[in-house]
Design a protein around this ligand. Structure first.
Ligand SMILES: *Cc1c(COP(=O)(O)O)cnc(C)c1O
Length: 424
């Protein structure tokens, strides 16, 4: 049965037409509405249960309705949820202290999303260039092709994928793009872009490209980038929005590469699904002064208390260990699927609990074909491009849930191949 037929024969109580009448059509939504969740499970408005390997796109670090989130949220909403950065916010100071003590950074700016955190980093680099780098007039930020940095005008410009930029021109000046994991391309770009009052001031990279297809950065490449930055007085920014906060099995993605950035950004998983963003930098490039940058909601008591609850739980429950072993288990099981369907899949790649299963370029099936059928089977997974299936479950996922997910995925693959009349 097609997905459409399935949902026509079991119409959802939730009225999709009404939703579409009032909400802007900016997402290609799946035709289900999620009602509630617990742990790694979600239930839709029809009562159908799903195993959640999307986790709000790598945000629900502790899954759904986690006791420590409920406790902290209840305590904080009863105490104080929002004031303004006109006053000192103790919860914000506490979170900043934790982040500084547990990273290579020295100070933190808080905002509400990944795009905003990257905007803050871009503004910081520009101020650093104008005030410190021999008063560089036209600083350029180098980013990678296939990267993703957000949807605001500056971050969509930083994003090295034309499909996100079309129709939003003129884009923000001061960005240039290089292929990912290609050191020579960076060296060439730095030479070619050096003229008059314009040169490369910063390089901005994801330690692992998430939206771009779950592509891990190579250690040698990143060590080379670090050296280039040191030799040429270029700032190195890491976008840790998707890979930070334990998702890779280490607290920060850069630990997988053995390279420290000068500036890095965090958001998605930081408060376990409560909106928050953070831009963290080393002392030497902390050039912001009062009035330079701000956010009404940024670092409010509620969001920062929730982030502290997430980070304390990661620590107390030893979740990094869980991420490492569950990640290994998942990659092992996905590898057996590749062995079983060699015409369909080419590779599994990733770190910890951010993994991608790639469909062969010449195969008729797309990631979305399989994802739709998996949803019918009761497994939620997300695409990372047309040929990669992304697995980003909550970091609390259990051994049994990993096995169950791969079982449901295999059922979906079988039914997908059968429905298209393909043998493998
Ligand atoms: C999701 C994401 C962003 C954008 O975050 P928003 O909170 O949606 O603004 C930026 N960078 C990376 C690497 C991301 O995965």
């Amino acid at each position: 049965m097609s997905l459409e037929a399935l949902y026509t024969s079991h119409p959802v109580k939730f009225e999709i037409d009404k939703f579409d009448q009032y909400v802007m059509n900016t997402y290609g939504r799946f035709p289900i509405a999620i009602d509630h969740g617990k742990g790694c499970n979600l239930w839709d408005t029809n009562g159908k249960q799903y195993l959640d390997f999307v986790a709000g796109i790598a945000t629900c670090t502790l899954g759904h309705a986690h006791p420590s989130l409920i406790k902290s949220a209840t305590q904080q909403i009863n105490k104080l949820h929002h004031v303004s950065n006109l006053y000192y916010i103790p919860e914000q100071g506490e979170l900043a202290k934790w982040l500084v003590e547990n990273s290579c950074g020295d100070s933190v700016f808080f905002c509400n999303s990944g795009a905003e955190a990257n905007e803050a980093a871009i503004k910081l680099v520009r101020k650093y260039a104008h005030t410190i780098m021999e008063f560089l007039e036209k600083p350029i930020i180098l980013t990678a092709k296939e990267s993703f940095h957000g949807r605001t005008l500056a971050t969509v410009t930083a994003t090295g994928q034309p499909k996100y930029q079309t129709h939003f021109e003129p884009l923000v000046p001061g960005f240039a793009y290089v292929p990912y994991n290609d050191l020579k391309a960076v060296e060439d770009a730095i030479t070619n872009l050096d003229e008059g009052n314009s040169r490369v001031a910063a390089i901005m990279l994801e330690p692992l490209q998430g939206e771009g297809g779950v592509r891990p950065g190579e250690g040698e490449y990143f060590r080379g980038i670090r050296k280039i930055c040191d030799d040429n007085d270029i700032l190195l920014i890491f976008d840790e929005v998707q890979v930070g906060v334990g998702r890779t099995g280490t607290l920060w993605g850069y630990e997988q590469l053995g390279v420290e950035p000068d500036i890095f950004t965090s958001a998605k998983g930081l408060a376990g699904g409560i909106p928050i963003g953070a831009m963290i930098c080393k002392k030497f490039c902390d050039v912001f002064e009062p009035g330079n940058h701000a956010s009404t909601f940024g670092g409010n008591p509620f969001a920062t208390a929730m982030a502290s609850a997430v980070l304390n739980t990661i620590e107390q429950d030893n979740l990094l260990e869980n991420v490492k072993s569950r990640g290994q288990q998942l990659r092992g099981l996905l590898q057996s699927l590749i062995d079983k369907y060699p015409k369909l899949f080419s590779e599994v790649r990733g770190w910890g609990l951010i993994n991608g299963l790639e469909i062969k370029a010449d195969h008729r099936l797309t990631s979305l074909d399989i994802i739709k059928i998996a949803m019918e089977e009761g497994l939620l997974i997300a695409p990372a491009g047309t040929k990669v299936i992304r697995f980003v479950p909550p970091l609390i996922v259990s051994e049994g849930e990993i096995s169950q997910a791969v079982l449901l995925l295999e059922r979906a693959i079988e039914s997908c191949l059968k429905s298209k009349g393909l043998d493998n």
